[in-house]
Design a protein around this ligand. Structure first.
Ligand code: ATP
Ligand code: MG
Length: 332
């Protein structure tokens, strides 16, 4: 079956999206050499689509990358997104919030980095960390200084759920299902301070992305799906190669020990925030060449769907061009 990005999409409400996706899939993209050649051929096409997006200045594109450590986010930035026009493509990486960031809501620092019309913004990690890391490590919640009422149940939840259920699906998007699914197995550790608190964050994210899409920021969300075995190999490379030591952080080992908790937190996040207007894509990440080509093809599909066009000049502007041409040709 030829590759199509829709096969990577998460159906809204699927209670365990990761169950359907192998980390070592090759997606029929061919062997490494073939895939790398296809990627090299693809980059100029992505650039052309970006040029149109930039000239038209109607849409902006927000690419969100999420993954466990060492899954290859930086490689996607370097080998795929670097193909875009660097003047109007900006990458923002997000670490643990600190300083002023902790004095604002969890979306604030990302809002400040959103792309303007015509631009491509890349979030290397994002506000999605806020429904992953503090779920597995609740110590992160205290420093956010949230009022007690925010930590309790959210009364607007029912209204949000109704709004999501009524939303129209995107043309070729996955079939919407009932939002707010319950996972098959519950992990009480992930429910601190309350299940409603996390559902409130999912609702906030969905409403925020609805706002972005409705106002011209197209959102493409890519989750790089890595196996623990492949992560171990990549960590050992980082540890054994002095030139890569800086890439290994003590938090990497900590998060690896909590793999199962993260796996469940990711399953719930992907399920609750894959919406008709901003679906998640799960990319197999054990083979870097597969993840990179799949990312490139997904971006091409999403950019094409926006039909970006170079602006057409009105008669007055065309007249100005003819006059400028005549003046230039008369120069000696
Ligand atoms: P790699 O995938 O190569 O390991 P990285 O994305 O982990 O790269 P780093 O700069 O090493 O990049 O680490 C960033 C760290 O910041 C990650 O451990 C991530 O989980 C953490 N982080 C980002 N946002 C938050 C957040 N809101 N709360 C807590 N931790 C966060
Ligand atoms: Mg890391």
């Amino acid at each position: 079956m030829p590759f199509h990005p829709s096969q990577l999409r998460v159906n809204p409400g699927d209670p365990e999206p990761l169950r359907h996706h192998r980390t070592d899939a090759t997606l029929g993209l061919g062997d490494r050499a073939t895939a790398l050649q296809k990627l090299a051929d693809l980059l100029p096409q992505l650039r052309e689509l970006h040029d149109r997006l930039y000239a038209q200045r109607t849409w902006s594109l927000l690419v969100i990358l999420q993954a466990m450590d060492a899954a290859g986010k930086d490689g996607i930035v370097k080998h795929v997104l670097a193909g875009f026009n660097q003047q109007s493509c900006h990458v923002s990486a997000f670490g643990p919030p600190a300083g002023a960031e902790l004095s604002h809501t969890f979306l604030w620092r990302c809002v400040a980095q959103l792309p303007a019309r015509g631009q491509i913004g890349v979030f290397n990690r994002s506000y999605y960390e806020e429904v992953l890391v503090p779920r597995v490590h609740p110590d992160y919640i205290g420093p956010q200084r949230l009022p007690g009422a925010c930590l309790a149940a959210d009364p607007t939840r029912a209204a949000n759920a109704k709004h999501l259920a009524a939303a129209k699906p995107i043309a070729d998007g996955p079939k919407p299902a009932a939002p707010n699914p319950k996972p098959k197995t519950r992990n009480a550790k992930l429910d601190f301070p309350s299940r409603e608190f996390w559902q409130g964050r999912f609702d906030d994210i969905n409403a925020f992305e609805r706002h972005l899409v409705r106002n011209g920021t197209h959102v493409v969300k890519l989750f790089l799906n890595l196996s623990p075995e492949e992560q171990k190999k990549r960590f050992l490379v980082r540890i054994n190669d002095p030139a890569r030591n800086w890439k290994f952080s003590p938090n990497d080992a900590r998060d690896r020990r909590n793999w199962q908790d993260y796996h469940q937190a990711y399953n719930e996040m992907l399920s609750a925030t894959s919406t008709p207007w901003a679906p998640w894509h799960i990319l197999p990440a054990d083979h870097k060449y597969v993840a990179r080509l799949a990312a490139g093809l997904t971006l091409q599909h999403e950019l094409r769907a926006l039909h970006p066009q170079f602006p057409r000049l009105d008669p007055a502007a065309k007249h100005d061009l003819s006059r400028a041409k005549a003046l230039l040709e008369r120069e000696k």
